[in-house]
Write a protein that binds this ligand. Structure first.
Ligand code: C2E
Ligand code: MG
Ligand code: MG
Ligand code: MG
Length: 289
C-alpha cells in the first residue's frame, strides 16, 4: 500500500510539473506573437516632486492584454521574455512608444524607461537609445533609464563601457528597486547613477509599521545626498507615508497616492497640467491592472 501511495504521489507530481511546463510553453508562444498582434501597450505613472505636487516625470510600464487571459502582469512575463529571447524586442517597443509619447509633454517632464539586464549587457543598447532619442527629438537628459542591480552580475568591462557610453549620450541613470536583490555599496561607487529608487518594501506602510523602515530610508537618503544622487520612493499609497517620506527628505514620490500607471491620454493631461493631487485614485484611474 505504501508503495502504491508513493507511486501515486510520484505520478501526481509529474502530472502537475507537466501542466506547469506546458502552460509556460503556451504563454511563451503567445508572448512571441503579442507585439505583432498589437496586444502590448505602455502605461505611464507620475513621479512627483516631494516639495509641492509638481510632476517631475513618468515611468513607462509595459502592459500585455492577453486575448483570453486578460491583463498579464509584467512580473509574470518580463522574466519569461528574458528567458526566451524576447526582451530586447519588447524593450525597444517600450522605449520607442515612451519617446513618442514624451514628445507630446512639456520639455521639463522626464520619461523613465526600465531596461532589463539583458538589454543593458548588450553593447548595441547605446545605439538603440541614441536612435530613439534622435528619432523623437527628445533631449537626452529627459530620458532616465532604470536599471536593477542584476546588471552587475555580468560585471564585465563591457558593462562599465556601456555605463560610460550612456552617460556620454547624456541620459540619466536610475538604480531601481534599491535595497533588494544583490545590493552592494560598491555598485554605487562604480556606476554613475543620477538617482536611487527606494524599493516599495521599505516604503509601503513605513509610517504605520516597522520603525526600521524609517531608519533604512533615512540612511539611503543620506547616502544618496552625499553621492549627489536624487531619491525616489516607490509605492507610496497613503497620506501618512507621504508625510513621512517628505520629512525624510526623499526628492520624489511615485505611488498610487498620486496615480496608478495610466494610458497615454491620461498621462498627457497630467503632464500638461504639470500637477497632480495627492489622492490619486479618484482623478487618475488606470483601466485595469
Ligand atoms: P518597477 O520598475 O519597480 O516598477 C514599479 C512597479 O510598482 C510597477 O508595477 C507599478 O505599477 C508598481 N507601483 C507603483 N506604485 C505603487 C503603489 O503605490 N502600490 C503598489 N502596490 N504598486 C505600485 P508593474 O507595472 O506591475 O511592473 C512590475 C515590474 O515589471 C517593474 O517594477 C519592472 O521591474 C518590470 N517592468 C515593467 N515594465 C517593464 C519594461 O518595459 N521593461 C522591463 N525590463 N521591465 C519592466
Ligand atoms: Mg522601474
Ligand atoms: Mg522599482
Ligand atoms: Mg519592481
Amino acid at each position: 500500500a505504501a508503495k502504491a501511495a508513493g507511486r501515486g504521489k510520484h505520478m501526481f507530481y509529474e502530472a502537475s510539473m507537466h501542466s506547469e511546463a506546458s502552460d509556460r510553453q503556451v504563454l511563451e508562444n503567445d508572448l512571441r506573437q503579442a507585439l505583432d498582434r498589437g496586444e502590448m501597450w505602455v502605461a505611464y505613472q507620475p513621479i512627483v516632486r516631494t516639495a509641492g505636487e509638481e510632476i517631475s516625470g513618468f515611468e513607462a510600464l509595459v502592459r500585455w492584454n492577453h486575448p483570453t487571459r486578460g491583463p498579464v502582469s509584467p512580473d509574470r512575463f518580463i522574466a519569461l521574455a528574458e528567458e526566451c529571447g524576447m526582451i530586447a524586442k519588447i524593450g525597444e517597443f517600450v522605449l520607442n512608444q515612451a519617446m513618442a509619447e514624451a514628445a507630446n509633454w512639456p520639455d521639463s517632464v522626464r520619461i523613465a524607461v526600465n531596461l532589463s539586464p539583458i538589454q543593458f549587457n548588450d553593447p548595441a543598447i547605446v545605439d538603440v537609445v541614441g536612435a530613439a532619442l534622435a528619432e523623437h527629438k527628445i533631449r537626452a537628459n529627459r530620458l532616465e533609464l532604470e536599471i536593477t542591480e542584476g546588471v552587475f552580475l555580468a560585471d564585465s568591462d563591457a558593462t562599465d563601457d556601456t555605463f560610460a557610453r550612456l552617460k556620454s549620450l547624456g541620459v540619466r541613470l536610475a538604480l531601481d528597486d534599491f535595497g533588494t536583490g544583490y545590493s552592494s555599496l560598491g555598485y554605487l561607487k562604480k556606476a554613475p547613477f543620477d538617482k536611487i529608487k527606494i524599493d516599495q518594501s521599505f516604503v509601503r506602510g513605513a509610517a504605520s509599521t516597522a520603525h526600521r523602515n524609517t531608519a533604512i530610508i533615512r540612511a539611503i537618503v543620506t547616502l544618496a545626498e552625499s553621492l549627489g544622487m536624487d531619491t525616489t520612493a516607490e509605492g507610496v499609497e497613503t497620506h501618512d507615508d507621504l508625510a513621512l517620506i517628505r520629512d525624510l527628505g526623499v526628492s520624489q514620490v511615485q505611488g498610487y497616492i498620486f496615480g496608478k500607471p495610466a494610458p497615454s491620454d491620461q498621462a498627457r493631461t497630467m503632464a500638461n497640467s504639470m500637477r497632480v493631487e495627492a489622492d490619486g485614485y479618484s482623478c487618475v484611474r488606470a483601466p485595469r491592472q
